[in-house]
Design a protein around this ligand. Structure first.
Ligand code: NAP
Ligand code: G4F
Length: 320
């Protein structure tokens, strides 16, 4: 009999790649989807074998029902309000979904499917402005946004359920990962789409915020592979997943505009409205533990990632 997985956040960037990956591996895959009054084009339209269950991370009964219906061997909790600036506008909602939501999923598993393995989508944002040059599982946590604080609550909830109820529950502390399916407001996609639109004469300039911020950017496809690998371990443990390199927002713009034969500096303008109330200046992963204990390494470089995203945006904009 095939293994069964339940993915919350299946309509998101990672959820869609993870569903694809697990279906290719022969899993029966259920995805939790929020009810909507209309259905637009979504990232999972092409996945005809994916089974959808309606539910919301704010609603315990829908999570209980989803777990009872799917009877999963593995649960991946990827649902969240994931856009950091918006978490400052909606701090309570962010706490409810991104923080408490994880506890609700854990509690549904504890009650209905206690042997299921649980993956929590944790984040490098829990490190905030960490003192260390690279961040590992030993680095102190000091989040700088309602998103980061909520994810830290979810992190400890996951550890607590593991210790209290002997559940196989782990956090994947993932650094930024991107793809052509990335939401259009996140900085990489905003840049790649902006560069593509400018090169096609559809846009004149691109407004960004802090160009000096540095992130460790990898490809989402590499990272969903790591999520799955974490649940195939003999015993549950946390891993930091990244590339071990970081680049500035300015570097990202340079590569994206280069892909369309333009100089980024001629088109990018700084607008302070994109500055955050509290910024995370630089993040870079120490992935030695993931390499040694998990056997995971990224396969796609930063340069390849950004160029792939620009090409995908060019194609999308030309199709319109
Ligand atoms: P994403 O594209 O923003 O997807 C978020 C998903 O959560 C969407 O499917 C969304 O559904 C769903 N969702 C939001 N609120 C919900 C609610 N109340 N109930 C049920 N579902 C809800 O995020 P992503 O980039 O794929 O990231 C996946 C997870 O990894 C997130 O938890 C994120 O915080 C975390 N993470 C991401 C990164 C990264 O760089 N991408 C790094 C570290 C951690 P709708 O489609 O209905 O909005
Ligand atoms: O692309 P971002 O919005 O991603 P951020 O805040 O790092 O968060 C993402 O990665 C986290 C993992 O570390 C995830 F947990 C989280 O869910 C999300 O996926 O911004 C990256 C950097 C920031 O420093 C921001 O200030 O880019 C800077 N930036 C500069 N101009 C901008 C802009 N960010 C956005 N979104 N838009 C700008 O115009």
């Amino acid at each position: 009999m095939s293994d069964t997985a339940l993915i919350t956040g299946v309509t998101g960037q990672d959820g869609s790649y993870l569903a694809e990956y697990l279906l290719e591996k022969g899993y029966e895959v259920y995805g939790l989807e929020r009810w909507k009054s209309t259905r637009g084009k979504s990232r999972i339209d092409h996945l005809s074998d994916l089974k959808l269950v309606n539910g919301d991370l704010a609603d315990q009964s829908s999570l209980d029902r989803a777990v009872r219906e799917a009877e999963p061997d593995e649960v991946y909790n990827l649902a969240a309000l994931s856009f950091v600036p918006e978490s400052f506008n909606q701090p309570i909602h962010t706490g409810n979904i991104t923080g408490l939501g994880a506890t609700r999923v854990l509690d549904a598993i504890r009650k209905h499917q206690p042997n299921a393995k649980f993956y929590q989508a944790s984040t490098s944002e829990i490190f905030g402005n960490a003192p260390d040059k690279t961040q590992s599982i030993e680095t102190p946590f000091q989040p700088r946004s309602p998103y980061g604080t909520s994810k830290l609550y979810a992190y400890w909830s996951t550890v607590n359920f593991r210790e209290a109820y002997d559940m196989f529950a782990v956090n994947g502390i993932l650094f930024n990962h991107e793809s052509p399916r990335r939401g259009k407001n996140f900085v990489t996609r905003k840049i790649t789409r902006g560069a593509a639109a400018i090169s096609l004469g559809l846009q004149e300039k691109l407004e960004l915020g802090n160009l000096d911020a540095k992130r460790d950017w990898g490809h989402a496809k590499d990272y969903v592979r790591a999520m799955h690998m974490m649940l195939q371990q003999d015993s549950p443990e946390e891993f930091v997943i990244g590339t071990g390199e970081h680049h500035s927002v300015r570097d990202c713009a340079r590569v994206a505009f280069d892909e369309v034969g333009l100089n980024w500096d001629d088109y990018v303008e700084v607008n302070e409205k994109y500055f955050r109330p509290a910024e995370v200046d630089a993040l870079k992963a120490d992935i030695s533990r993931a390499k040694e204990n998990l056997g995971w390494e990224p396969r796609i470089s930063f340069d390849e990632l950004i160029r792939e995203m620009v090409q995908a945006d060019l194609e999308q904009l030309q199709d319109k």
